[in-house]
Design a protein around this ligand. Structure first.
Ligand SMILES: Cc1ncc(COP(=O)(O)O)c(C=O)c1O
Length: 376
């Protein structure tokens, strides 16, 4: 089996990296673990596709070929168990703009947008971008994992939102929703006439090998290869929208706003779908090992706790603010950048991206331990 070297440390500084060249770092030597991209080299099949474009020397406008449509259709059927039609696909430059367009199409200033919190920040920020009311309900801890408070979910649905933003696997917290949970979510949204907009970008990043990602098969479902194959900076995603009227309403909010996909994005997605599965077969054990290392060390620390993730490489680490104060700032001052729980409407938590060589993770753990044990 082909091996990928995830231990390799690649210097990403001075590459205009959103993660490594963050302006807030100044001259400080920071270890960045905020935004969700991986510090691993991209697979050589993907790099070869980019080389081919460079050799050809042309960067004109591109179309989405049928081969890409078929490749996405096959993956959604084979890996997530959903048989879809090619006509249902709408290719878009990214999922975040897709979510905004979906909200523009189906929410209004009267009814608003519903999401579970904590959540990936564009899910709650979009309400402010649109000027629509935001409705939320909390995730709760149950049997050692994060799930919905279904009573609070139903109460929020009663307020009349027309759009429910569903993140599966959930970011942050890593929940992969079970078939039963998905059935409950669908039944409730159907009962209250609320469209489900589903974001499944983390579907391949399964940490708990006992769980399987299943699609909710909702009005609009977004998929992308960009997280699991580390091509997030290139953009490119697909929306699956079975109903023709819903599809047209969504597309109308994209016309004139969404650029065409670049040749790079298309060729890279084609190469990604064509890749043998051993990229994930190599990546996932590496991420699982980092996850085990992190969770075992975190849960030994006073006033620090972390639930195991079912998916994603984004650890959601709780802290006791009585003991640790402004923990995110203290970590930042000590040279580790993790995201503040508040960014996700999540309170006393930080989010740490562990998709990095183990040596970097060990350094991060050292910093966390030194901050936890430092007297304030
Ligand atoms: C749940 C979720 N959706 C979407 C995105 C970003 O998607 P895109 O780059 O396609 O807009 C992220 C990035 O971290 C994410 O975590």
């Amino acid at each position: 089996m082909k091996k990928y070297d995830f231990n390799q440390v690649i210097d990403r500084k001075n590459t205009f990296s959103f993660k490594w060249d963050n302006v807030s770092y100044g001259d400080k030597d920071m270890l960045p673990m905020p935004v969700a991209d991986m510090d691993f080299p991209v697979a050589e099949e993907i790099l070869a596709a980019i080389d081919q474009i460079t050799k050809h020397e042309i960067l004109g406008y591109s179309i989405v070929p049928e081969s890409l449509q078929i490749a996405a259709q096959k993956k959604i059927a084979n890996d997530y168990g959903w048989e879809t039609e090619l006509a249902w696909q709408v290719w878009i430059p990214g999922i975040v703009p897709g979510i905004t367009a979906a909200c523009a199409a189906f929410s209004s200033p009267e009814d608003g947008i519903l999401t579970a919190i904590p959540v990936y920040h564009p899910f709650h920020l979009v309400a402010g971008w649109m000027g629509h009311p935001l409705h939320t309900f909390p995730m709760i801890e149950e049997a050692g994992r994060w799930t919905y408070d279904f009573v609070a979910f139903e109460n929020a649905l009663k307020k009349g939102p027309k759009v429910f933003l569903f993140c599966n696997p959930h970011n942050p917290g890593g929940t992969v929703f079970s078939t039963d949970e998905i059935a409950r979510i669908k039944a409730l949204c159907h009962q209250y006439d609320c469209k489900i907009i589903s974001d499944e970008i983390h579907a391949d990043l399964i940490i708990d090998s006992n769980v399987k990602h299943r699609c909710i098969q909702s009005e609009i479902s977004f998929f992308a290869t960009s997280k699991a194959y580390n091509t997030a900076g290139l953009g490119g995603a697909v929306a699956i929208i079975p109903d023709a009227a819903t599809r047209l309403a969504f597309q109308k909010k994209t016309f004139g706003f969404f650029p065409m996909l670049s040749r790079h994005s298309i060729e890279v997605m084609l190469a990604t779908y064509a890749m043998p599965s051993n990229w994930l077969d190599s990546l996932l054990p590496y991420l699982r090992s980092n996850h085990t290392l992190l969770i075992s060390r975190m849960n030994q620390l006073p006033g620090i706790s972390m639930l195991p993730l079912e998916a994603t490489y984004l650890a959601w680490i709780g802290f006791d603010s009585q003991m640790h104060g402004d923990f995110q700032k203290r970590l930042f001052d000590a040279g580790l950048h993790v995201l503040r729980g508040d960014q996700f409407l999540g309170g006393d938590f930080v989010r740490l991206n562990f998709a990095c060589p183990e040596v970097q993770l060990l350094k991060a753990i050292d910093i966390i331990e030194s901050v936890v044990y430092a007297t304030r």
